[in-house]
Design a binder for this molecule. Structure first.
Ligand code: SAH
Length: 215
């Protein structure tokens, strides 16, 4: 059980989980984690009544908190038939998806290029007592060398080409998911198999772009 969860939002969250099930999310571990994390604490007060709607919402700095279905779908692809293991998230924003990952894995690293967003992520995750999630202000294009290799890598920002550093930091047997494309994107899975990197494509999605450098 996560800290800081009031009863108020529990019923709305249960409805969100029901909707995710109807939308085709099957993995009970993922559904359970989505039901645990209070999405409203990651969202500005003015928008809090929409926290459990199935939409992306503005975070400030031109960024968005990801849509619940897309968060659940990407993580389901990553966890199917295995555990997440050591996980790297690129584009933590204010930490919502990192929290879900943190419920599912004991070892989570998340990087974010916009410092004030990372500060908010840190505060939000502290409130939930998810202190095992390591946050870093860095350019995710470079991965996170000091903690590599990763069993799981997830990008929350879109790019037309998978950054080479991320492939180099993906452990054998590891999986990476990312929104692939510029304006039109799809969820792209890359598996590091004995025969090399194998790619599979899933739903069409819309994410903010993966940008270079930090601010
Ligand atoms: N994971 C967040 C989604 C945040 S939106 C959630 O759970 O809602 C995507 C984030 O990726 C933005 O905060 C953006 O600043 C960040 N981002 C974009 N390019 C990046 C890069 N090169 N390195 C790290 N973060 C990046």
């Amino acid at each position: 059980m996560l800290a800081g969860i009031g009863m108020t939002s529990q019923r709305t969250r249960a409805r969100m989980v029901e909707r995710l099930r109807e939308q085709g999310i099957r993995d009970d571990r993922v559904l359970h984690a989505m039901g645990q994390v209070p999405r409203h604490i990651f969202i500005e007060q003015a928008l809090a009544n929409r926290a459990y709607d199935d939409t992306a919402l503005p975070l400030g700095f031109g960024q968005t908190i990801s849509q619940p279905y897309v968060v659940a779908k990407m993580i389901e692809i990553l966890i199917e038939g295995r555990e997440l293991g050591k996980t790297l998230e690129i584009g933590a924003g204010c930490g919502y998806q990192a929290a879900i990952l943190g419920v599912l894995s004991k070892q989570v690293f998340a990087v974010e290029r916009i410092a004030p967003l990372l500060d908010r992520a840190r505060e939000n995750l502290r409130q939930l007592k998810l202190s095992h999630i390591r946050l870093k202000h860095a350019d995710g294009n470079l991965g996170l060398r000091e903690a590599a290799p990763f069993d799981t890598i997830i990008l929350a920002a879109a790019t037309r080409q998978t950054p080479q550093a991320l492939l180099a930091q993906l452990a054998p047997g590891g999986r990476l998911v990312m929104p692939l494309g510029s304006t039109e994107q799809v969820i792209n899975l890359i598996e590091h198999t004995e025969r090399g990197f194998v790619e599979t494509q899933f739903d069409a999605v819309r994410f903010v772009p993966l940008l270079p450098g930090v601010e």
